[in-house]
Design a protein around this ligand. Structure first.
Ligand code: ATP
Length: 841
């Protein structure tokens, strides 16, 4: 399927004409010199283009003659000289089996489904045809996206990108790595200039949705690495949306060690007559075969030949002791330890770091920041003696060199997960070992499935008790010392149980068969943490059983025995000493700590009846539907808001005055008002997802600031008023000794009704020293102006009694004590007046 590439806008064309009659023009020396220089360069370019054309024609002609059996070396393939050169430089001389069988059909433009054992070189099997496709079609940087390679994890995408950089070293194509956790804006501006994109599904869809510059209409090759993982339930919706955006006419290459072959998947990808590589034929029903025949292509499941596999059976609570002893006995090795959840990987890393086993430790899991993940990935690549605790984020595709041991501390979900984890060791014809740790309830089913599907005999190893060293006491001491570590241990405990609870295969994973107390103790926890999701689940079971009493089974599994009697409706979901409403909310936080990415989990469905006591020997594949979660994510901010709405006032402060009356605190009232206002606003805004609203906070602060200022002014006024009061009392006391002249004036005032009414409504100024008395005597010396100024001062004072602000504002007015300098001689009253005015200011 070789299609003609659409011509891009920037297609290089002839820049100038040169021919036989070309002669230098007089007077245009510089120009002619330039042309003289240009001519050989352009001629060289032209001849180069002609050579490329010839090469392309030759290569195309040879595609139909490719015989996979006859190919011994890469140079036997009709590959461009640029690809051949890079392959030779990086010592890729002999193609592996999967490369030999898949590169030929892929070069011819056929769809390929490639299944091959881990570490067998599938990456090159699709990268070489992608590069050749672009070369043959003379793709240039400006022609847009020609190929998209999708990988389920960021690290794998990064690794593919690094391999592409090697093998495409001499080509001129542009390539981009589009994975989550990176700068979206940066990617956005460059995506349309990339010819090859290597991406994770989520990020690719994000660009498709949000980036108007991103156009996939020119796409010609789609590659899914770890195709079965990309196509399973975890990515189903995302991938369907992605595929909708691709042109239907394209080449599709699917690769994995555990390949998909379901009709639905192949139909979703619009595969046309695909070539199966690494598949065997097996009798099957006609509905499940792509070509509706009576046999079907089945990917051959296998592990690397040089991988030594063994397993050990332990109780859950002995796993840490076993792991510690194992690491202490393999200090000079490179080991990956696979666990079921991020929180376990984090806890094991932290506690083992504290225990100091004597070997470098690393941990890799999905909730780490992307830069940190890449740094850890690269660190593990380089180190030769190291232990890395990891989730399944590292189980697929990652090509760590010389890994001596893979320890599967928690049981894999199925055989294909076992294969991928184990395949991190013994890669590309090197040796490696894999140790599977199983609990007694997991042994029968898992080992049976492995023997049946892989057709290998896995060795069961017995642990020598003398070689076991238990770090339990030390762990308990560390947990007592570091509360954060204790919290991590509790989370690890819950996340393991949750992962077991969510597993579909109830024959293999039965959370009710676990001894929780012993498990908690093995993690160093003195008290077994509550398991809210199990309590909730069992409560629902109890309700169902009450509705259908005949279904009640006398047999009760371990956990149910322990948990159920404790739970009454009131305790669990009402108030009381058990789990309150608030607790219930907080539990939903626990329920959200795992994002289900595993295949075929229906976690969104209606709660249906479940049988918590399905044991290892009971019916397989009972439908498991986890209690329906709240759709809205419960954040701490929303919980806090909920508490606020309930108007719970914690430790509120009440002030009392001297009479024992409660005093209203204006400030707290004002703040409560502002808070109420804010809450009202937030109620309107349903999309609020927590955090600080800066604009609102700024407005609130300004409001509070103004309020504080006003309060301060009022306090100052109050103080001034008190001081004046004191002064007045003093003056009144002094008034007792005033002369007859004053009395006469008073009498006169009494007879004057206007004056009387004035004195009623205005402030009593009688306490003030009589200015006339002070100044009259020397009126000859001073002018009228001075006297009037003093009068106006008195008038100011009256106003001041009403508003002290004016006091401040009229600071330009000369103070009384300055004016008194005009007098040569001061009476006692004058001195008091000056002192009073000083105090008042
Ligand atoms: N033809 C070759 N000659 C030598 N080394 C090769 C060849 N092809 C691939 N390799 C090397 O083999 C290793 C494994 O290759 P790769 O990662 O492509 O395997 P894979 O089949 O994709 O594994 P997985 O199934 O785990 O994803 C890499 O280090 C790669 O460089």
């Amino acid at each position: 399927m070789q299609r003609q590439k659409p011509r891009g806008p920037g297609k290089p064309g002839p820049r100038f004409k040169s021919g036989k009659g070309f002669k230098p023009q007089p007077g245009k020396g510089n120009q002619n010199n330039k042309n003289n220089q240009k001519r050989p360069r352009d001629e060289f370019k032209k001849s180069k283009l002609a050579a490329t054309d010839t090469e392309i024609q030759d290569l195309k002609a040879k595609y139909t003659e490719i015989d996979a059996q006859a190919i011994k070396k890469f140079r036997d393939f009709p590959l461009s000289h640029k690809t051949q050169k890079a392959l030779a430089e990086f010592k890729f001389i002999n193609p592996t089996l999967v490369q030999r069988e898949s590169i030929g059909p892929a070069l011819m433009g056929k769809d390929v489904l490639g299944a091959a054992v881990t570490g067998s070189g599938k990456t090159l099997a699709f990268l070489i045809p992608v590069l050749e496709h672009l070369y043959i079609n003379k793709w240039s940087r400006t022609d847009g996206v020609a190929a998209i390679i999708i990988s389920p994890t960021r690290e794998l995408a990064y690794q593919i990108f690094e391999t592409l950089k090697k093998v495409g070293k001499h080509h001129d194509f542009s390539a981009g790595l589009i994975i989550g956790g990176k700068n979206l804006k940066f990617e956005r501006t460059r995506m349309d200039q990339c010819n090859i994109l290597i991406c994770t599904p989520g990020r690719l869809l994000q660009h498709m949705d949000e980036n108007p510059l991103f156009n996939t209409s020119s796409l010609e090759v789609l590659v899914l690495d770890e195709a079965d993982r990309c196509l399973d339930m975890g990515f189903q919706k995302t991938l369907n949306s992605i595929i909708e955006n691709f042109p239907p006419e394209r080449q599709t290459l699917l690769f994995s060690a555990t390949q998909t072959n379901t009709v639905e998947d192949l139909a979703r990808l619009n595969l046309k007559d695909p070539v199966y590589v690494g598949y065997g034929t097996k009798a099957g029903d006609s509905t499940s075969t792509p070509s509706s025949t009576s046999t079907k292509e089945v990917a051959v499941l296998a592990v690397p030949e040089l991988l030594q596999q063994s397993y050990v059976v332990l109780n859950l609570e002995d796993k840490i002791t076993m792991l510690w002893s194992f690491i202490k006995n393999h200090l000079k090795q490179k080991i990956i330890v696979f666990v079921a959840s991020c929180k376990q990987a984090k806890y094991l890393y932290e506690i083992f770091c504290k225990l100091r086993p004597g070997v470098p430790l690393l941990s890799l899991y999905g909730t780490l920041h992307q830069d940190r993940r890449i740094a850890i990935y690269e660190d593990f690549l380089k180190k030769s003696h190291v232990v890395m605790f990891s989730t399944d984020v590292a189980s697929r595709g990652l090509d760590f060199p010389a890994v001596n041991w893979v320890v599967q501390l928690d049981c894999p979900e199925d055989v294909s997960q076992y294969i991928h984890r184990a395949g991190r060791s013994a890669r590309n014809k090197s040796r490696g070992e894999c140790l599977l740790v199983l609990t007694p309830s997991e042994e029968e089913h898992m080992i049976g499935a492995l023997k049946e599907q892989l057709n290998v005999d896995i060795r069961c190893v017995q642990i020598d008790p003398k070689k076991l060293f238990s770090p339990r006491v030390k762990i308990e001491a560390f947990l007592a010392q570091f509360p954060e570590l204790r919290a991590t241990a509790q989370r690890a405990f819950l996340s393991y149980l949750k992962s077991v609870f969510l597993m579909r295969n109830k024959r293999l994973f039965n959370v009710f068969s676990l001894d929780l107390d012993a498990f908690a103790q093995s993690l160093g926890l003195a008290v077994t943490p509550r398991v809210p999701f199990l309590e909730k689940f069992l409560w629902r079971q109890k309700l169902l059983q009450q509705k259908q009493p005949h279904d009640t089974d006398p047999e009760c599994p371990t956990i149910r025995d322990k948990l159920l009697p404790k739970i009454t409706k009131k305790q669990s979901f009402g108030g009381g000493g058990g789990v309150s409403d608030e607790d219930d909310d907080s539990d939903s936080d626990d329920e959200d700590f795992i994002r289900v990415k595993r295949r075929d989990h229906d976690v969104e469905g209606e709660p249906v009846e479940l049988d918590p006591k399905v044991g290892p020997n009971e019916k397989e594949d009972e439908p498991l539907v986890v209690p329906k979660r709240e759709k809205k994510l419960v954040t701490k901010a929303s919980l806090a808001k909920k508490a606020l709405k309930k108007n719970l006032q914690v430790n509120s402060k009440v002030k009392f005055d001297e009479e024992g009356e409660s005093v209203v605190d204006g400030r707290s009232q004002m703040m409560a008002l502002a808070r109420k206002q804010r809450d009202d606003n937030e109620d309107d805004d349903d999309d609020d997802d927590g955090g600080i609203d800066l604009v609102r906070s700024k407005a609130l602060l300004t409001e509070e600031d103004q309020y504080d200022k006003q309060r301060f002014r009022e306090l100052v006024k109050k103080r001034h008023k008190l001081q004046r009061e004191k002064l007045r009392k003093k003056a009144e006391a002094a008034k007792g000794s005033s002369d007859e002249e004053e009395e006469e004036e008073d009498d006169h005032d009494h007879h004057n009704p206007d004056a009387a009414s004035d004195s009623e409504h205005s402030v009593d100024l009688s306490w003030l020293p009589d200015p006339d008395k002070i100044y009259k005597k020397r009126s000859n010396e001073t002018g009228d102006a001075t006297a009037s100024a003093t009068e106006s001062d008195a008038g100011e004072d009256e106003d001041d009694s009403g508003d002290d602000d004016d006091d401040d504002d009229n600071s330009d007015e000369e103070p009384a004590y300055k004016k008194s300098k005009l007098t040569n001689k001061l009476t006692l009253l004058d001195t008091e007046a000056i002192a009073a005015s000083l105090l008042g200011s």
